[in-house]
Write a protein that binds this ligand. Sequence first.
Ligand SMILES: NC(=O)c1ccc[n+]([C@@H]2O[C@H](COP(=O)([O-])OP(=O)(O)OC[C@H]3O[C@@H](n4cnc5c(N)ncnc54)[C@H](OP(=O)(O)O)[C@@H]3O)[C@@H](O)[C@H]2O)c1
Length: 247
Amino acid sequence: MDISGRTVLIAGGTSGIGLGLARRFADAGSTVVVGGRGTGRIDDLETVKIDVTDPGSVLLARDEVLAHHPGLDVVVTMSGVMLVEDLRDPAHIAQAETTVATNLLGTIRVIDAFTPHLIERGGGTIVTVTSGIAFLPFPLMPTYGASKAGVHAYTESLRAQLAGTGVEVTELVPPAVATAGQEKVNPAALPLEGFLDEVVELISENPTPDEILVKGVHQHRWAERDGTYAGLVERRSRSLETLPGRS
Ligand SMILES: NC(=O)c1ccc[n+]([C@@H]2O[C@H](COP(=O)([O-])OP(=O)(O)OC[C@H]3O[C@@H](n4cnc5c(N)ncnc54)[C@H](OP(=O)(O)O)[C@@H]3O)[C@@H](O)[C@H]2O)c1
């Protein structure tokens, strides 16, 4: 896809990867609106308040964005939370509910809000955001992995359902990136700007790839195919030792 001259909404663009991607689109000459609950910290981009767990908020945001930008042609569903859960403690259900409401239902709500507009235009791009963890579990974040695997499956069906409308669907699959506190706990997390360099190169290909896979996520994406899955899950399970009461 061409990332210049587009009109872009990034829901979940108020920090981290979303904000970085928003600035890349803006630098390339696109008009960008970033959405989230905490828009106050952004002073270099247009913002819209949106809480993707609240259906009314999503519709209000849609109406505001389309009123100002009737030519909107790119929607990125970046909003997400990454929560640790201890499945031996039933209290984890609170984190599970927040995760599904934000990452999975929130993604579906944002897509639903803008799909009729994009179909009516006869063209545009929906960018969903999953994770390497959608393809290779990280046992410390069980519902997170489930939510992102769900978004992957949903994306595949969405692409099939929108075929022939002119609306393309691509899935960004980040590995660990040094945002949202990852930089403090995961030395392997990719520096944001280097990650974005790769993303911009891949997403700019024509035709747009179905999946945006930077080199660092290939080991997750292809673990089952490559026969490395069981060993990697075992290795990644060592992170469970960091939970209270485990060693
Ligand atoms: N960093 C990584 O290692 C990594 C790896 C794979 C995938 N990802 C995915 O990449 C995306 C961005 O992650 P990040 O690392 O950039 O994290 P981040 O800095 O915490 O950004 C998360 C974004 O989601 C928004 N958000 C959270 N809850 C929301 C809600 N209820 N309604 C609307 N927006 C909401 C936040 O905005 P407000 O707080 O302003 O609402 C923020 O803009 C997420 O989907 C994440 O799962 C990240």
